[in-house]
Structure formats: structure tokens, C-alpha cells
Ligand binder design. Structure first.
Ligand SMILES: [Zn+2]
Length: 460
């Protein structure tokens, strides 16, 4: 009888304890949680409780189980749980030009292939199909936020939002007639409409993207800056990508591109300069003074032989440096794991110092530094209570990942995008066990193949 009372008491206590647990929407438990928080905490084994769009807590599996319950619990044993990767520079629809023309210098590649192909093929339909394909690849390879510069950016934003990804999306402004605007003035006007449409979106941050100092005149560059200031949105621009650009700037303005833009009053916070391959120490000082961030694109810079950006020098100058893939036509993929690895390797080669961009720094560049570069560090870039639940689950059981002494080393030096099992953005599962839930993969691939016929005809 006594025994029975005791067990009833225990059962009552158990029910009481568990009824006090907070119900959350999703729990990831049992994996190695690489938080990328300021203390660099790795919880192994760890668990993450997600409530709606936010992270409720990161702790041990026992601690999470004692405080939270959920109808959806994903066992992440043997896998790494980490913040989703942040691609700070791409042109999403250009996946449709992947492999169209390779092994060319930037100006040849742009002028003989990309600009003519774009003039004949870029339509809202093309941009939507390309963005769906890019979104599929990004979700499959663990990118949860990306910064984009292209045409018909409102279409890109709609597709991105439907796919469930987060984006800082910049409407491109360029001096010559573009597929979506005959003049820069028209481009600026459609940018303003785009900004208004997405001003308060949960996933999309609209931005102004003047293409570069060599494709725009001073009046348009200034107008782009003032539009961004007036509407309080970020600015995305290409900067000091090639030696040609440096030469053009020196001849036309007797200044480096960074100094020329400084003279126009162009620089300001929440500005991301892509590439920065040829930045001098003086240029780095200018950018740091204005809190401009840099997007480093090691694979594109190597493929187009643009040069090796001085990433360590930039970081020492106080610049925040995020990582990017650039468009898939010059990479040729959107895999941020590969971008991390190449960023680490290129920095070592460039400085003759194997300590340059160590694994942890490469991971920071693809997560929290990317978030800082985009001005979103309060929301994303690390797994911390209160931040948005943008997380990925990465398998660590492949032959090339066995054995594992240090998860950070493996994430940078042997892991591939294909190792990502689950992708979560804003608390929503976009891919689970490699099955993307927000896009119809068969249709996305069929649409891309159909459009490739038009692209082929355009450059014939
Ligand atoms: Zn680019």
C-alpha cells in the first residue's frame, strides 16, 4: 500500500513537473551545438528550443527537456547544429548562366557573354525561375540568408520569401539600359517602389544596389546614396574588384575607387562593398571610418583571376568582412562551405602564413561577421536565445569526416553543402532530411532546363 502511494506521488510530481514545461514549436536535441556566440560556446551534446520564429534556449539536452516540450523533436545525434550560413554577395538568377562561359577575365566575360545574354534573356519570368533554382541550391547547402544584387529584384524578393529564405536584396542600378529600366532614373524610381513594398517584411530587407563606380556616373551614385539614406535601407556595391577598375578610376578621377566614392560622399554605414581585392591600406582606412563592410568572394576572385583580397589586413583595419559566393556564373556554385574553405586557403597562400584566416575565423565570416556586414547581428549569425531561429543541421558521419577531433576544423576543411541535412529559417523547416519542403524540386529543375535553350540562343 505504501509502495503504491509512493508511486502515485511520483507520478503526480512527474506530471506536475512536465506540465510546467513550456510548449515550443521545435526542439533539436543531441547534436554538437556550435553557437558562434561571443564566447564561442560549443555545447556537446546540446539542444536548441525554438519557439515560433525565435530561439527560446540553447543548453544541454537534459536542461532543454526539463524546461521545454514540443510535438516536433528532431534527434541531431552525431550531427552539428549551427547558425545558418550567410552569403553576403550573389546574383541569384545568374545560376541560369552557370557554365555558359568560363575561363575568361572579368571584362571579357561581362562584355562578350553576360551583358549580351542578360540583355536578351532577363525577364521577370527568367528572374523568378533563376531565383527558385538558386533558393533550392542555397537551402540544400545550408545558406539561410543571402545578399543579392540583380534586376527585377521585387520578383527575387517574392520568390525568396515564398521559399522561406532571408534576404538583403538590392535592386541594381546601372548607367546603361538594363532589362528592367531604360535609364538610371527609371532604375532609381523602381527601386523606391520596391523598397516601399518590402519595408516591413519579416524576411526581406530591401536595399539599393548601384552596380559599381565604373558603370555609373557621379550623379547616379549620389542619387543612390540619398535614396538609401532617405528610405533607411542598406547599400550594396561592387568595389575594387579588378586591376582594370583601379586603372579606370585612376585615369578618370586620379583616385582609387574607394577614395573617389569618398569624395562623392557615397560611403555610410550599412553599406557592403563586394570584393575589395585591390584595396590599399588608405582605402581600408576610408571604409573603416565610414563603417562600411566588405564581402569577400574568394572563389570568384580566383576564377576570374581578379586577385587575392587582403582579408587579414582588412580585419586588422577594423573592417567587418563577410563571405560571399558571387553569382554562380563566376564560382560556379552557391556552396558557402566551399567559400569558407577557399577563404581560409587563399588567405594562407596570399600571406604565406598558415595562421591567416583559421577555421574559427572562416566560420565567423560565414555566420556572425556576415550578419554584422548586413547590419543584422541582433537577429541572426549565432544561436542565442532571443535571436531568430536560422539554423542548420550538418551530418558529420561521412568517411571524409571520420574521425572528428574538432567540429570547427571539419566544418571548414572537409564539410560540403551536401552534408547539410536540415535547414531552418525564422523557425520554419525549409528542408528536413534533404527534402526541401518549400519548393517543387522537379519543376524548378525543369524550368531551368527550358530557359537554358533561350540562353544558348542569345549568345550564339
Ligand atoms: Zn558580383
Amino acid at each position: 500500500m505504501l509502495l503504491r502511494s509512493c508511486s502515485l506521488l511520483f507520478a503526480a510530481l512527474f506530471v506536475l513537473a512536465h506540465s510546467q514545461r513550456q510548449t515550443v514549436s521545435l526542439i533539436l536535441t543531441g547534436g554538437i551545438v556550435v553557437t558562434m556566440d561571443p564566447s564561442g560556446r560549443v555545447v556537446s551534446p546540446g539542444a536548441v528550443a525554438i519557439d515560433g520564429r525565435n530561439i527560446a534556449a540553447v543548453d544541454t539536452p537534459e536542461a532543454i527537456a526539463s524546461r521545454y516540450s514540443s510535438q516536433t523533436v528532431i534527434d541531431t545525434s552525431g550531427q552539428v547544429v549551427m547558425p545558418g550560413l550567410i552569403n553576403t554577395h550573389t546574383h541569384a538568377p545568374m545560376v541560369l548562366y552557370r557554365g555558359l562561359a568560363d575561363d575568361l577575365a572579368l571584362m571579357d566575360w561581362l562584355q562578350k557573354y553576360i551583358f549580351p545574354a542578360e540583355a536578351k534573356t532577363v525577364t521577370p519570368d527568367f528572374v523568378r525561375a533563376g531565383t527558385r533554382l538558386a533558393a533550392l541550391e542555397m537551402i540544400e547547402s545550408g545558406t539561410t540568408t543571402y545578399a543579392d544584387m540583380y534586376y527585377f529584384e521585387e520578383e527575387i524578393a517574392r520568390v525568396t520569401r515564398d521559399a522561406g529564405l532571408r534576404g538583403v536584396l538590392g535592386q541594381t542600378i546601372i548607367q546603361f539600359p538594363a532589362p528592367d529600366a531604360k535609364t538610371p532614373k527609371e532604375g532609381l524610381a523602381r527601386t523606391e517602389v520596391f523598397i516601399q513594398e518590402f519595408a516591413n517584411d519579416d524576411l526581406i530587407v530591401p536595399a539599393v544596389a548601384p552596380h559599381s563606380m565604373y558603370t555609373l556616373d557621379s550623379g547616379t551614385l549620389k542619387a543612390a546614396r540619398s535614396l538609401a539614406d532617405r528610405t533607411r535601407v542598406p547599400v550594396l556595391i561592387h568595389l575594387s574588384e579588378t586591376s582594370d577598375e583601379m586603372k579606370t578610376s585612376a585615369e578618370a578621377h586620379q583616385a582609387s575607387p574607394a577614395a573617389y566614392l569618398d569624395g562623392l560622399g557615397f560611403w555610410g554605414p550599412r553599406t557592403i562593398a563586394a570584393h575589395g581585392v585591390w584595396l590599399s591600406p588608405a582605402d581600408m582606412t576610408i571604409l573603416a571610418r565610414h563603417h562600411v563592410s566588405v564581402s569577400h568572394n574568394p572563389e570568384s576572385n580566383m576564377k576570374l583571376a581578379s586577385g587575392a583580397a587582403r582579408v587579414s589586413d582588412m580585419q586588422r583595419s577594423g573592417l567587418v568582412v563577410g563571405l560571399g559566393t558571387d553569382g554562380a556564373a563566376s564560382n560556379n556554385d552557391l556552396d558557402m562551405f566551399e567559400a569558407m574553405r577557399q577563404a581560409a586557403f587563399l588567405a594562407k597562400l596570399q600571406t604565406n602564413d598558415p595562421r591567416a584566416v583559421p577555421a574559427r575565423k572562416a566560420l565567423e565570416m560565414a555566420t556572425i561577421d556576415g550578419a554584422r556586414a548586413l547590419g543584422l547581428e541582433n537577429l541572426i549569425g549565432s544561436l542565442e536565445a532571443g535571436k531568430r531561429a536560422d539554423a542548420i543541421v550538418v551530418s558529420m558521419t561521412a568517411a571524409r569526416q571520420t574521425p572528428m577531433y574538432d567540429p570547427l576544423s571539419h566544418l571548414v576543411y572537409v564539410t560540403r553543402g551536401d552534408d547539410v541535412k536540415t535547414t531552418i529559417v525564422n523557425g520554419r523547416i525549409l528542408m528536413r532530411d534533404r527534402k526541401v519542403t518549400t519548393l517543387d524540386e522537379t519543376r524548378v529543375l525543369a524550368d531551368a532546363r527550358a530557359l537554358a535553350e533561350k540562353v544558348k540562343a542569345a549568345v550564339r
